[in-house]
Design a protein around this ligand. Sequence first.
Ligand SMILES: C[S@@+](CC[C@H](N)C(=O)[O-])C[C@H]1O[C@@H](n2cnc3c(N)ncnc32)[C@H](O)[C@@H]1O
Length: 356
Amino acid sequence: MKLNNIRLGDCIENLKKLPSESVDLVFADPPYFLQLRNALYRPNQTQVDGVDDEWDQFENYQVYDKFTEEWLIECYRVLKKDGAIWVIGTYHNIFRVGTVMQNIGFWLLNDIIWIKNNPMPNFKGTRFNNAHETLIWATKSAKSNYTFHYQAMKAYNDGLQMRSDWEMPICKGKERIKINGQKAHSTQKPEELLYRILLATSNVGDLILDPFFGSGTTGAVAKKLQRNYIGLEREPFYIEVATQRIAAVEPLPLDLLDYKIEKKKPKVPFGCLIEKNYVQVGETLYSKNQQHQAVVAADASLVAGKNNETVGSIHKVSATLMSKENNNGWTFWYVFRQNEWVSIDTLREDYAKKYL
Ligand SMILES: C[S@@+](CC[C@H](N)C(=O)[O-])C[C@H]1O[C@@H](n2cnc3c(N)ncnc32)[C@H](O)[C@@H]1O
């Protein structure tokens, strides 16, 4: 499959040409079906640049729902088993989209509220200022092993767990693409939004599909973060705008895109610590508060309880003693070394440094 290109035409037809289970992440910014009835004017009588594009017109909700169902079914098919999808929308369409997604079988993980810190005012003063959009993040099933760089997002947010309300400005200034002084696309999304989404929920080299490519925000950020992309778009003019935009993007160096903060602990079986004398057969391991203890057997299992009734791995025995289903034995058990308590996790790290 050819990657890093934009395909002209209707997205449903183009989606049908993509192989099943080939895409890691979908980002979709579909028509909102805004149904703006009359031209809108500011108090100074200048006309507001609303979204009245032909691509946003549908006869009625039934037609819109059918369209939504068709493209979402195809997205479900082309996504890999552990892939995920983001769909952005406003109150005009997002509730309909969410229902269709759940009916198809998508498993909703979060909805993110994008709070615009510079929204367009409600000029007529007849409703609240509509200052946000909603993004749905979903997987193919509840069992999907989806990508989420939790630690990276926490670091991004000054060490605090990243929340589901994201404050960002709408696309403006130098980033807003203009041709002869006019916006090239009426709904160009801010790169900041795509940056956070791709950083949090995809990996270098992943394939990102955007079925409503528009001015190519997804492609520009994908290229910057060294992800691959495929864009689908029905308007040749937008394809031209997006192609030029993406050509000007410089990818970030690979070593800066490595999720060093997420690196997994080395895989060391507990038995290796016995083999290299980090722990002795017959030695007693203790929980941090020394309330629980277990003895190390020759086969690297632990034995605990008054009558040695609890036997199993470091994980299983710690879980049983805590009356839990699962527990991490590496961080549970301690040994006494040179006048202090040392976690067996620390011994594992020492082992990994020396032998791996
Ligand atoms: C909301 S805009 C996406 C804007 C884009 N996220 C950006 O940052 O520029 C939706 C885009 O989908 C395109 N579109 C609408 N219906 C389509 C269809 N059936 N097939 C392909 N593209 C379609 C429109 O031409 C429009 O560019």
